[in-house]
Write a protein that binds this ligand. Structure first.
Ligand code: BV8
Length: 225
């Protein structure tokens, strides 16, 4: 087995204290998706959306990577085949857990995107106060996040890796959002073995050859080591 693709979701960061989306106290409970995670919601009330992501940016900066992030960091550096770590998460806990080449298909909360000059910038401050773009000076910065209806990043690279995978592992995701939720079917079609590590069964569990249930901080190090 040489080529591995790993997909992670909010569940891998839950034990680091970052809220998931669909738990009872989840992120979407206080904010209808349409209001805070769509371009239309941003156009309608930019201040609400900027503050929603400013709050999540601050939470991410106060969080620490857990044993699952660190185990994947070790695996990535020790694996002698190809390994692509794709995350739906906008936090930087994979990087702070040692992963070097994490692909953030839904963007990163520590990055800001200027709509005036189409540049991206590392960002650890707030956006709700309309800061000037470091490149062009315009007050046109938005979170560098892929919202519903927007094209996820690097889809070609992901589909190419999935098509060549010998093993596809999904960790901490409900399998509720596409195209990420469809990767397991693509991997199976290409002949890969598929494994799901999750706290509970997900919408996609039936697509996997094997599902192990439990907290990521226990399951992932056990699987890696
Ligand atoms: C797009 C960023 C065109 C924002 C997010 C079919 C094909 C293509 C698109 C669609 C389609 N059908 C519908 C669509 C449209 C839409 C979609 O999927 N809608 C859903 C609601 C049906 N998709 C889109 O709009 C996407 N863009 O389609 O462009 C296109 C088409 C084809 C090919 C290319 C492009 C863009 C979607 C991106 C939206 N942005 N995030 C932000 O973060 O604020 S979505 C957000 O929710 C996440 O990023 C993630 O992707 C998604 C699901 O969240 P999860 O990470 O899974 O978290 P969740 O809370 O749901 O689940 C947590 C899991 O962890 C649970 O299972 C739980 O049991 C587990 N867990 C909890 N604790 C632990 C744990 N596991 C282990 N250990 C623990 N301790």
């Amino acid at each position: 087995m040489k080529n591995i693709v790993i997909l992670t979701g909010a569940g891998i960061s839950a034990e680091s204290g970052l809220k998931t989306f669909r738990a009872e106290d989840g992120l979407w409970e206080n904010h209808p998706v349409e209001q805070v995670a769509t371009p239309e919601g941003f156009a309608r009330d930019p201040d609400l959306v900027q503050r929603f992501y400013d709050e999540r940016r601050a939470n991410v900066m106060g969080a620490q990577p857990n044993a699952a992030h660190k185990a994947l960091g070790r695996l990535e550096s020790e694996w002698d085949g190809e390994l692509l770590l794709v995350t739906q998460n906008i936090d930087d806990l994979h990087e702070r857990g040692g992963a070097q080449n994490t692909l953030h298909m839904h963007g990163e909360v520590l990055s800001a995107w200027c709509r005036a000059c189409d540049t991206r910038h590392r960002w650890d401050g707030t956006l709700c106060d309309g800061p000037a773009c470091p490149s062009c000076g315009a007050a046109a910065m938005r979170p560098d996040i892929v919202w519903f209806g927007e094209m996820p990043y690097q889809m070609d690279r992901i589909f190419d890796a999935v098509a060549r995978a010998d093993l596809f592992v999904s960790i901490g995701t409900s399998g509720a959002v596409y195209p990420a939720a469809g990767f397991v079917q693509e991997a199976s079609r290409a002949g890969a073995r598929t494994l799901e590590l999750n706290l509970e069964g997900s919408a996609g569990s039936h697509f996997f050859d094997k599902t192990r249930l439990g907290p990521a901080s226990e399951l992932v190090p056990r699987w890696v080591d």
